[in-house]
Unconditional design. Structure first.
Length: 96
């Protein structure tokens, strides 16, 4: 197996060979550990040796952030297609 030479930086996203997507959320150089948060929200602590053995690819952060919330895209309650800076959603607008 080829060693993983990628540098684990907080905020970086990766995908494993089995399509599991995760983000580096913490790094402890003294303990030589990383915390990763999988797209489904599960958090896992791994050591640097395990990191070096992982077969992964760097990816862009997912646009669909619903994985860790266990909800469907239609249930967000917001229009994810808003692009103009003045297009904001105010929940008080729905109160009569």
């Amino acid at each position: 197996m080829k060693a993983n030479a990628r540098q684990p930086n907080i905020g970086d996203w990766f995908q494993s060979i089995n399509s599991d997507r995760f983000e580096i959320v913490a790094r402890d150089d003294e303990e030589a550990t990383l915390e990763i948060q999988h797209f489904d929200g599960a958090i896992e602590e791994i050591d640097f040796d395990t990191w070096a053995e992982m077969e992964i690819d760097a990816i862009e952060p997912p646009e669909d952030w619903s994985g860790s919330l266990d909800i469907e895209r239609e249930d967000y309650g917001v229009d994810l297609e808003l692009t103009a800076p003045n297009d904001h959603i105010n929940p008080l607008d729905d109160i009569e």
